[in-house]
Write a protein that binds this ligand. Structure first.
Ligand code: ZN
Length: 146
């Protein structure tokens, strides 16, 4: 079967994260600070995780990437793969902080466990950057032929 590679290369152009209202955060302190000031919001944490706060409850999940058109990956909160939540997080204290650290590590692990090696270049890629057993780069180099 011959078909044109539709996806862009290199994989993951600037990621759009929806529906995220806060900015991307890279450490738990910054996350707790954001959580303390917002009762309803969603944040991107690091490269693999989304954190959502709805009132007293905070849930953590890995991304699920959806392509909106050929060149626009959108990271969505993956409700089916939520690693856990804190359900009585009225104030952001040390207990919440510890719980979040744990959940974030779990979510990162869950996301990374979905990565696969491209059979051609051997690079480990997330599922949205693979076309069958090839990464998009190798898929395009092969002329889009399976
Ligand atoms: Zn490859």
């Amino acid at each position: 079967m011959i078909r044109l590679a539709e996806k862009s290369s290199p994989c993951i152009p600037p990621l759009q994260v929806e529906p995220v209202t806060g900015e991307r955060l890279n450490d738990v302190e910054a996350l707790c600070d954001a959580l303390a000031h917002n009762l309803h919001s969603m944040w991107q944490y690091g490269e693999h995780v989304l954190v959502q706060r709805e009132g007293d409850s905070i849930t953590v999940a890995p991304y699920r990437i959806q392509w909106v058109g050929s060149h626009t990956p959108v990271a969505l909160f993956d409700h089916e793969r939520v690693v856990g939540g804190l359900h009585d997080a009225k104030c952001i204290d040390d207990e919440v902080r510890r719980g979040l650290s744990l959940l974030i590590r779990k979510a990162e692990h869950r996301r990374k466990s979905a990565f696969r090696e491209c059979v051609a270049c051997g690079n480990s890629k997330p599922p949205e950057c693979l076309d069958g057993k090839l990464c998009f780069e190798c898929f395009e180099q092969s002329g889009g032929v399976h």
